[in-house]
Structure formats: structure tokens, C-alpha cells
Write a protein that binds this ligand. Structure first.
Ligand SMILES: CC[C@H](C(=O)O)C(=O)SCCNC(=O)CCNC(=O)[C@H](O)C(C)(C)COP(=O)(O)OP(=O)(O)OC[C@H]1O[C@@H](n2cnc3c(N)ncnc32)[C@H](O)[C@@H]1OP(=O)(O)O
Ligand SMILES: [Co+2]
Length: 132
């Protein structure tokens, strides 16, 4: 794990949350992107080396919509940047962590991503990210 790539925050209303975080950060999001495979629309704010990723669900079965329905808005996941996501997946599997997808899948912000089960990381959903 090289660095914290982003913190993912689940929000009900992306436009409203964009305004809130733009006021907080003193800057507009540098990009907004929909990832149909995940059923999410995202906004990204740079914070030094890391980012804030705001995520809203685009359909009821989206992980974000289900999370908000069950737990309300809030921190959804923590993403780490890795140099070799396939090697990291194998290393984590050997350490006994469950990967929710063993084959990297398309993420936002020009990345390929994988997720670990939150129950294996003290209740934190962990995402691995690598530049495409
Ligand atoms: C890829 C685009 C973008 C990017 O950065 O590039 C993204 O970050 S997309 C983010 C959205 N996509 C995902 O989250 C994919 C991975 N997530 C999943 O596969 C599911 O959401 C999963 C398996 C984490 C939960 O699935 P589901 O909600 O159907 O199951 P449960 O509600 O039964 O959850 C099981 C258990 O886990 C707890 N849980 C669920 N979500 C989270 C979470 N975000 N953080 C911590 N814990 C979580 C849930 O409460 C259940 O525990 P229990 O004690 O039984 O209540
Ligand atoms: Co993410």
C-alpha cells in the first residue's frame, strides 16, 4: 500500500454535497464521473496527495444506495494506491483477506480497482487502486 488514494463518502444528493465540500475545501471538485458498473456518480476533491471522493448511487441496487438506506450518509470506504494491484491482491489473499473481486475492475479517475471485505478490516471497506 503506497498511500491513501482517497476517502469515499456516500451522499444522497451529489450537487448539495459538492457545494458543502467546495465550501469546506475552498475549491471546486476537479472532476465528476459516473461509473455505470458500480451504479455511482462521483466527484473528486484534491487534498494534498489524497482526495475526497463523494459518491451518490445512480440506481437502487448500487452499493452506495444500499449503504445509505441501511446506514445513512457517511464515510463509505478508504482507498489505497498500489503499484501492482494484481500482486497486491495475491499478497492479501495469502494473508487471509477476502477480496470482493479478485480481477481488477474499472474504477473512476482512470483507475482499476479491487475491494476487500469490510469484515476482514475491522469494519472498514478497503479499496485498492492502480492507474490504468
Ligand atoms: C469504482 C468506482 C469508485 C472508485 O473509487 O473508483 C468507487 O469507490 S465505487 C464504490 C462502490 N462500490 C463498492 O462498494 C464495491 C464493493 N462493495 C460491495 O461489494 C458491497 O457493498 C459489500 C459487500 C461491501 C456490502 O454488500 P451489501 O451491502 O449487499 O451487504 P450487507 O449490507 O449485508 O453488508 C455485509 C456487511 O458489511 C457491512 N458493510 C456494508 N458496506 C459497508 C461499508 N461500506 N463499510 C463497512 N461495512 C460495510 C454491512 O453493515 C454488513 O455488516 P453487518 O454487521 O451484517 O451489518
Ligand atoms: Co473509491
Amino acid at each position: 500500500m503506497k498511500r491513501i488514494e482517497h476517502i469515499g463518502i456516500a451522499v444522497k444528493d451529489l450537487e448539495a454535497a459538492n457545494k458543502t465540500y467546495a465550501a469546506m475545501m475552498g475549491a471546486e471538485p476537479y472532476k465528476s464521473e459516473t461509473v455505470d458498473g458500480e451504479g455511482v456518480t462521483t466527484s473528486f476533491f484534491k487534498v494534498g496527495e489524497s482526495k475526497i471522493e463523494l459518491l451518490a448511487g445512480t440506481r437502487p441496487d448500487s452499493p452506495i444506495s444500499k449503504f445509505i438506506e441501511k446506514r445513512g450518509e457517511g464515510i463509505h470506504h478508504m482507498a489505497f494506491y498500489v503499484d501492482d494491484i494484481r500482486a497486491e491482491i495475491e499478497r492479501l489473499k495469502k494473508e487471509g483477506f477476502r477480496l470482493l473481486n479478485e480481477e481488477p475492475k474499472p474504477g473512476a479517475d482512470n483507475k482499476i480497482v479491487a475491494f476487500m471485505h469490510p469484515k476482514d478490516a475491522n469494519g472498514v471497506l478497503v479499496e485498492l487502486c492502480q492507474e490504468k
